[in-house]
Ligand binder design. Structure first.
Ligand code: C5P
Length: 408
């Protein structure tokens, strides 16, 4: 049920806009209040009158008609909603969202909102698979936009393939899952490390690794979705800060450890960062000069602090659940089992980072969950799916042995 939920529906210009009418009907049947923004192109496909009749609310179309004090401002439109839903999410509106444009009311509201956003794409199959759309969708996913569909099938343009907008009932299901009041981690605090660390050689050079931060950031997002208050300590990454998460940016392993300790007591700690094992013992304060004909300078390295092992140490401040990662290229599970014991953490998520697998920087991950109980082999999933599944397992674990056992 969606009793009392407020949905702001953004209807853009595509043939699938007609499905927005059925969507409104179904949302209202479930008790949701629906308010619509109709883009200029959207109005070529459905009329404001139809949306207004079904939503029983005013339809907003023009940004400049909102400047009147008595009108609803664009910030207020988003403030009054629990969720924004873009139907159909055309290639054009996705590009405008990814580019941060604010060239009409719909785009402005989408840029100004801090509410969750669901997009239901619909477009010609070649537009959907075009590199520009693929990149835009990727950007929006990393910013926390949730996508439902598109489905495979026949399209209005007489072509076949992915691009058909999801059916209203599928969109309703996605909305219900996003607005689930079941937030099992509400009141819990979580700490997540993510990304690589950079260890300075001198002010311009450093030692680092290929970690993208995608998996760690996805875990922070998933924990926040389940209601946890999340602190993410991130090394230098290209991915954006997850919405609804307090993100602290650091460079080196020493800084990462200090930020983790400063985060205070937490219930869950997930160390997904690829922390550099070594740092340069005495980084140069000035750029080291290259001297023609001279030997390259020796680099003396010393070990970095082990953040996971530090957080796993028994004591009153130890989180109830500490989860580490094991990125290996050989003997994955055996090494990970050993690592769990050595580090003193509760679970290890083991993943194969052989270059051929493409985990580093890629979208998918094949992991094994290693706990005191044994080893679970998970199927290949997107990093978001791995994060969602892991967060759900953490919630069950914290809920107590009975719930965890029921889920096994
Ligand atoms: O020892 P190794 O780097 O293989 O261990 C990986 C796990 O330990 C990951 O969870 C990583 O985040 C964590 N780690 C850490 N601090 C280090 C090294 C690794 O937190 N200095």
């Amino acid at each position: 049920m969606l009793q009392g939920k407020r949905i702001l529906l953004i209807v853009a210009g595509g043939i699938a806009a007609f499905k927005a009418l059925e969507l409104i009907r179904r949302l209202r049947e479930r008790g949701a209040a629906v308010r619509c923004i109709l883009t200029e192109a959207g109005a070529r496909f459905v009329t404001p009158l139809s949306l207004q009749a079904l939503s029983e609310d005013r339809v907003y179309t023009d940004m400049f008609s909102l400047t009147d004090e008595s009108e609803m401002g664009h910030i207020q439109l988003s403030r009054d909603a629990d969720l924004l839903v873009v139907v159909p999410a055309t290639a054009n509106i996705l590009a405008r969202m990814a580019g941060g444009l604010a060239d009409d009311l719909a785009a402005t509201v989408l840029l100004a909102t801090d509410k969750p956003v669901l997009a239901a794409p619909a477009m010609n199959v070649r537009m959907w698979t075009h590199a520009a759309t693929v990149a835009n969708v990727e950007i929006l996913k990393t910013r926390g936009v949730t996508f439902v569909g598109p489905n495979d099938g026949a399209m209005a343009c007489n072509e076949h393939g992915p691009g058909r907008m999801s059916e209203p009932e599928e969109i309703v299901a996605a909305i219900e899952s996003m607005l689930a009041t079941n937030r099992p981690l509400a009141g819990k605090r979580a700490l997540v490390t993510s990304g690589p660390t950079r260890e300075a050689i001198d002010p311009v050079r450093y030692i680092s690794n290929h970690s993208s931060g995608k998996q760690g950031h996805a875990i922070a997002t998933a924990l926040a979705r389940l209601g946890a208050e999340v602190t993410l300590v991130s090394g230098p990454v290209a991915v954006v800060d997850p919405p609804g998460v307090r993100t602290i940016h650091v460079d080196s392993a020493d800084q990462m450890l200090a930020a983790c300790l400063a985060a205070g007591a937490v219930d869950i700690a997930v160390c997904a960062a690829a922390v550099a094992d070594w740092k340069v013992t005495a980084p140069s304060g000035a750029k080291i000069k290259k001297k023609v004909g001279a030997q390259p300078p020796p680099l003396e390295l010393s070990p970095n602090p082990d953040i996971l092992a530090t957080l796993s140490k028994p004591g009153p401040r130890r989180p109830a659940l500490v989860v580490g990662f094991a990125a290996e290229t050989e003997n994955l599970v055996a090494n990970a089992i050993d690592k769990r014991v050595r580090k003193g953490c509760d679970w290890i998520v083991a993943n194969d980072v052989s270059p051929a697998i493409g985990t580093f920087g890629g979208e998918r991950n094949t992991v094994h969950l290693i706990s005191t109980v044994g080893v679970e082999n998970w199927p290949t999933l997107t990093k978001g799916e791995v994060a969602g599944r892991l967060a759900a397992r953490m919630a069950l674990h914290l809920a107590g042995p009975r719930s965890a056992a029921a889920a096994e």
